[in-house]
Design a binder for this molecule. Structure first.
Ligand SMILES: [Zn+2]
Length: 90
């Protein structure tokens, strides 16, 4: 599900405070979570910059190819061992 447009991908810290009294808006928010008012220009720019960096290098690492001994699948006969263990348990 896509996040609401007032929350950008990126770090949630440091939080910023809004005039309405809401003091714990995520750094990646460009609008207050309580009143919807816009963040300070400085906060918005920092959030956009972080979001752009995030788009270039996803923090999840899911797109990173496997490396080292896992590059070509599970090392050795790890899969076969696991299947045997599962069969033994059944
Ligand atoms: Zn507010």
């Amino acid at each position: 599900m896509a996040p609401p447009p007032d929350v950008l991908p990126g770090p949630r810290l440091p939080p910023w405070g809004c005039r309405c009294g809401c003091a714990d808006n995520w750094a990646s928010r460009v609008a207050c979570r309580q009143c919807g008012g816009p963040a300070a220009q400085k906060t918005i720019q920092a959030a956009r910059k972080a979001a752009a960096a995030e788009a270039k290098a996803p923090a999840t690492g899911l797109k990173r190819p496997p490396q080292g001994q896992w590059a070509n699948g599970a090392p050795g006969n790890a899969n076969a061992k696991m299947l045997k263990t599962i069969q033994d348990l059944q």
